[in-house]
Design a protein around this ligand. Structure first.
Ligand SMILES: Cc1cc2nc3c(=O)[nH]c(=O)nc-3n(C[C@H](O)[C@H](O)[C@H](O)COP(=O)(O)OP(=O)(O)OC[C@H]3O[C@@H](n4cnc5c(N)ncnc54)[C@H](O)[C@@H]3O)c2cc1C
Length: 207
């Protein structure tokens, strides 16, 4: 979304890139455009909280070599903190990247092999399906709604990956907003049934 203009009964958004744009008009617009949400910026809403200075290498492997179901947090020999957990056969490792290690170093496959070698007998046999350098954010939008613009998912809230709830929270937002918006645009609800997760607690504007 490049821009949006709110009118009394609708929102007009401009979509597209590289000079090819289209305009769309809707009763409401939900910005679910991630932690750097342009929608949130257009709403003029703050993103309060903190961002940790510590970077982590987050690695998911498909063939869990440990078979331990629970999470654990363990200091490794050189005081590098490590966490691993497994919900299914997928195992997640999180290796803290030291301040004197660059992102480029941490992205080097050899770095990952060294880290895994502390945890598994055969790091070369581990099937890595995702690895990403990540910094933990604890942030929440100052408001989830401004007029006919709403926020959902990471655009509205970010939490440390450790809690494993970012995506889950986005799903909850979608489930929560879905029926409420459907009710509002179809003219069914009484104002009192609107129990929003909006931080302002205000009801939706008129249909
Ligand atoms: C390493 C890592 C591990 C994680 N592990 C877990 C976990 O175990 N469990 C869990 O629940 N969550 C986890 N999360 C969090 C989870 O990935 C996010 O919370 C979730 O993806 C957020 O979904 P979203 O749709 O709100 O935002 P996003 O996934 O960021 O999607 C936003 C989309 O909007 C698009 N977009 C952005 N700007 C524009 C624009 N201007 N116009 C059009 N499109 C735009 C982007 O391209 C993107 O496709 C993890 C995150 C990371 C980084």
């Amino acid at each position: 979304m490049n821009s949006c203009t709110q009118e009394v009964d609708s929102v007009t958004v401009e979509l597209g890139r590289d000079g090819e744009t289209v305009k769309a008009r809707a009763r409401y617009v939900v910005g679910c455009d991630g932690g750097r949400s342009a929608t949130r910026g257009m709403m003029g809403v703050s993103f309060d909280g903190t961002t940790s200075s510590t970077r982590w290498l987050v690695v998911d492997v498909a063939n869990d070599p440990l078979g331990i179901p629970t999470a654990r947090l363990a200091p490794t020999p050189n005081a590098r903190t490590l966490r691993s957990r497994s919900h299914t056969a997928i195992r997640r490792f999180e290796f803290m990247i030291h301040a004197d290690e660059s992102d480029e170093q941490a992205e080097d496959p050899e770095f990952l092999t060294q880290m895994l070698a502390r945890m598994v007998p055969h790091p070369d046999r581990v099937d890595v399906i995702r690895r990403r350098i990540y910094t933990h954010h604890s942030r929440i939008a100052g408001a989830f709604r401004s007029g006919r613009l709403l926020l959902a998912g990471d655009a509205a809230h970010l939490m440390p990956v450790w809690q494993g709830q970012g995506y889950n929270s986005g799903i909850r937002d979608a489930a929560n907003l879905g029926w409420k918006l459907a009710a509002v645009v179809s003219g069914r609800p009484a104002t009192g049934c609107w129990t929003p997760t909006t931080r302002s607690g205000a009801s939706m504007p008129g249909r």
